[in-house]
Design a protein around this ligand. Structure first.
Ligand SMILES: [Zn+2]
Length: 140
């Protein structure tokens, strides 16, 4: 399986957020240095605790699956016009040779993670957004 590219995360996110037709423009960025401690005061942290990913060790080719945390920092500017999401996924260490491996997410897994994120965005910012536009779909 090819690693899910940043562009693919973006495409899926725009897809999902478009379906709820927010009145604001949202932007998604991958930020590898993101930490909970570095959350700016007017941002919100949304953590997906069970993002399913697979890993393949580049050294010994050991393959494993793991539910791992995916962090999102979300911010809507004070005019309500522009929203930003910073996203971070985490590497894991191969337990055979201790080499670090990058997570690989399937499209389905990514969609599930982003769908939860969009739900959180909706709950958090919904009073500032167009009401009924947020009553939407179910993917599962
Ligand atoms: Zn290994």
């Amino acid at each position: 399986m090819d690693p899910l590219q940043t562009d693919t995360w973006r495409e899926i996110f725009y897809d999902l957020i478009d379906e709820v037709k927010p009145e604001n423009e949202w932007e998604l960025k991958m930020v590898q240095g993101l930490t909970a401690e570095a959350l700016p005061w007017d941002w919100t942290e949304v953590v997906e605790e069970h993002g399913l990913a697979s890993f393949c060790c580049s050294h010994c080719e050991h393959v494993w699956n793991s539910a791992q945390a995916v962090i999102h920092h979300v911010h809507l500017d004070h005019t309500g016009a522009g929203g930003q999401v910073r996203k971070r996924t985490f590497r894991q260490q191969c337990h055979l040779c201790w080499v670090w491996a990058e997570p690989v997410f399937s499209q389905d897994s990514a969609r599930r993670i982003l769908s939860d994120l969009v739900t959180s965005i909706r709950q958090k910012f919904c009073e500032r957004l167009a009401g009924d536009a947020w009553l939407v779909n179910d993917f599962y």
